[in-house]
Write a protein of this length. Structure first.
Length: 132
């Protein structure tokens, strides 16, 4: 939203004559910048998680403490599945992390189950199921 507002502001303040002549094109430009920002944001967060696990990844055993399934009419398969896992950090402190899982993984996992995970030592919230 901020990206779209800034784009409109640039067009209205700096390029007002162009905005007066082709407002639809300017509006489409604003919407496209919002889309580009969204794609860049998703790419960067995914890249951050992957890099954090690759550089500082620690494999440990975690206990599944909660399972959640969200239903949506907008998605193709209609659901998103998450599990909350709890594991012990090297300093002895317990930590809880939320992991996105596939529908098949969700069906095979139960609360109380111990599973191997890989988490980032620097950012323990970044965690995935480990298949190594």
């Amino acid at each position: 939203v901020v990206t779209m507002i800034l784009t409109f502001w640039i067009f209205v303040v700096w390029l007002s004559k162009l905005y007066d002549k082709i407002p639809i094109l300017c509006g489409l430009f604003c919407i496209s910048t919002l889309f580009i920002f969204g794609v860049a944001f998703i790419y960067k967060t995914t890249e951050f998680s992957s890099n954090a696990l690759q550089e500082n990844g620690v494999i440990t055993i975690a206990v599944v403490v909660d399972k959640t399934q969200y239903h949506s009419l907008k998605r193709v398969n209609g659901t998103t599945q998450n599990i909350d896992v709890e594991f012990t950090l090297p300093n002895g402190r317990k930590h809880r992390s939320n992991i996105l899982v596939s529908k098949k993984e969700y069906e095979n996992i139960y609360e109380g189950m111990e599973i191997p995970i890989k988490y980032s030592a620097e950012y323990p919230d970044v965690a995935r199921i480990s298949y190594q």
